[in-house]
Design a binder for this molecule. Structure first.
Ligand code: NAP
Length: 554
């Protein structure tokens, strides 16, 4: 029997027991591009699932006030279509969530991807059938979809951290979470609101709601080195220039560690004079965003003394911006180097603590004891609240993948395989899980690499691998055990040469109680990672086993 490519079908009409070439997980940046690439460019049949009601992924769910991207909009977008790039006009330097969601809806309409997507449908199992040489994908509507390949865009920060406080069910007020903000909005006017969590989500939300609530209580466990975003409208001239030079801008961005255009950083912070450092840090603090980290000095993430110069610089700015020295001190991190947790980008965050209606509660020295009927108890003190907002983060990188019930060859689940931390090849494949691609999976160059660009790279790598497999009459493509072990070693060694292990962050899996501590990302930067992937392809998918089964190839 020879492999025959099923013809594309009207997927919207099908409800049960479908067979497609590729099942795609998610309808965010990954799902939208994957449908277009696999279906429209490679002629494969595809079906994408998302538990959300429409496209958008993270930008569908995280509709909390203040949500916006921390990468410049002109980079935080697809580059695969020149026409798309030209026709979408970003209004701000850093787009807010409604604009990003509108953009993703526009892309979905433009490429007509929704007809290959099933919404409000959660994947409950993805099980490899060795005899049939395909995946069986179960969904919560009871349907089973079989697929030769699976491409997962389940999201790296999509599965929320579980609530940890007793008494949540006793609380008589309203409870919201940044990651599931009601789409109709939440009326916080005149209410006593408590926010738990001061990561990127909390730091975006807090200044925006402080002006409308009666009182805001911020429960902070660990302060962050929040740095100014410096958002502003994009002028017509600026945008025209971007559009005229988009191709060059994208090329330059892909050569940068983070996948954005940035100034070349100087070699060493500790090697520079104090005056020079001050000038450089002032310049990039003023410029905003990640430029303070990536355009200033090259050794900030590797040399503790160099890092401390920037950490102290940011603490000094906090001390200038916060009127009460005791509050400023509480807001100043000392437990981790700058940038070893993803730096939250802020607008008026520190000034918010100068308001009379805002209180900062330190839940490091005395943790939250419990939620009561009327608020939150910390160190024996009851903080009376009408509303509790959770901004406590995610079971990042591995959480959503493990939550889907993935079972590979020989009945081995991904959860069992990763019991001591993720093991992948290039962060995109895992031995024992043939024809399964994790887009921007754990141990890939993700989180520090502009997400839409990282996603495009991976979708292209995975779809080219699928095409290669099919074009050669083969059935499976699977990472080898050796390649996987080598990659895990590379990722770990790289992490050890950096300062990242010094922070208890989601980059290391350290934000979830009981989760194995292990580096979740490849730290060599986007250009090195892209080169490695290109070499793998050039070498005929070096590190992958490509095989056919006698049952399928005759
Ligand atoms: P996060 O960075 O993990 O922050 C979670 C916060 O909740 C931390 O302050 C954490 O304190 C606190 N927390 C967790 N458990 C707690 C407990 N039991 N008691 C008290 N406090 C507790 O999560 P996030 O803010 O949602 O951001 C996650 C990532 O999503 C970001 O790093 C970013 O990549 C992405 N994101 C991006 C943007 C953007 O700008 N585009 C916006 C939002 C999110 P500890 O630090 O002590 O654990």
């Amino acid at each position: 029997m020879t492999w025959r490519r099923p013809t594309d079908r009207r997927l919207g009409a099908m409800t049960r027991d479908t067979d497609v070439d590729v099942v795609i997980v998610g309808a965010g940046y990954v799902g939208i591009y994957a449908v277009h690439r696999l279906r429209d460019q490679l002629g494969l049949s595809v079906l994408a699932f998302d538990s959300a009601g429409d496209v958008g992924g993270t930008w569908y769910w995280n509709q909390y006030p203040g949500a916006r991207c921390d990468i410049e909009s002109v980079h935080y977008s697809y580059s695969f279509s020149e026409e798309l790039q030209r026709e979408w006009r970003w209004s701000e330097r850093y787009a807010a969530q409604p604009e990003i969601l509108a953009y993703l809806n526009h892309v979905a309409d433009r490429f007509d991807v929704r007809r290959s997507m099933r919404f409000r449908t959660r994947i409950t199992s993805i099980v490899w059938d060795d005899d049939a040489v395909h995946w069986r994908v179960g969904t919560d509507d009871g349907a089973v979809t079989t697929a030769r390949f699976v491409m997962s865009g389940a999201g790296n920060v999509s599965l929320p951290k579980k609530p940890e406080f007793p008494g949540m069910e006793d609380f008589r007020g309203e409870v919201y979470a940044t990651h599931r903000w009601p789409h109709e909005g939440a009326d916080l006017r005149g209410k006593r609101v408590g926010v738990i969590g001061t990561g990127a989500s909390g730091i975006q939300l807090i200044p925006v709601i402080a002006g409308e609530v009666e009182h805001l209580t911020v429960f902070q466990r660990t302060p962050n080195y929040a740095s100014p975003l410096r958002n502003r409208p994009l002028t017509d001239d600026e945008y025209d220039e971007v559009v005229a030079n988009y191709r060059d801008i994208r090329t330059a961005a892909r050569q940068n560690f983070m996948g954005i255009t940035a100034d070349p950083a100087r070699p060493s912070a500790k090697g520079a004079s104090e005056e020079e450092r001050r000038e450089v840090y002032d310049h990039y603090y003023q410029r905003g965003g990640f430029h303070l980290l990536i355009s200033s000095y090259q050794d900030l993430l590797f040399d503790p003394e160099s890092n401390e110069t920037l950490a102290q610089y940011v603490r000094d700015r906090i001390a200038e911006r916060v009127e009460d020295p005791a509050v400023a001190e509480l807001l100043s991190p000392t437990d981790h180097p700058y940038g070893t947790k993803r730096v939250p980008m802020e607008t008026n965050y520190y000034e918010t603590f100068n308001r009379d209606n805002v209180t900062l509660v330190d839940v490091r020295s005395a943790p939250i004891e419990r939620v009561t009927e009327t608020g939150i108890r910390v160190g024996g003190t009851d903080h009376e609240l009408d509303v509790i907002v959770s901004a406590m983060g995610f079971d990042a990188f591995t959480g959503a993948l493990l939550d889907m019930g993935v079972v590979g060859r020989g009945g081995l689940s991904l959860r069992e395989k990763w019991a001591d931390g993720p093991r992948t090849y290039l962060g995109i494949a895992a031995q024992g899980f043939p024809n399964f691609f994790m887009i921007t999976g754990p141990q890939s160059a993700v989180a520090l690499y502009n997400n839409p660009s990282a996603i495009e790279d991976h979708v292209e790598f995975a779809s080219d691998a699928i095409k290669h497999t099919l074009d050669h009459g083969l059935d499976t493509i699977e990472a080898t055990s050796d390649a996987e072990s080598g990659w895990v070693r590379t990722v770990e060694e790289m992490a050890q040469t950096s300062l990242f292990p010094r922070a208890r962050s989601w980059y290391m899996g350290a934000n979830i109680p009981g989760k194995p501590i292990s580096p979740m990302l490849y730290l060599g930067g986007a250009p090195a990672y892209r080169q490695i992937c290109a070499d793998v392809v050039e070498g005929g998918y070096h590190g992958f086993d490509l095989s056919s089964t006698s049952a399928l190839v005759g």
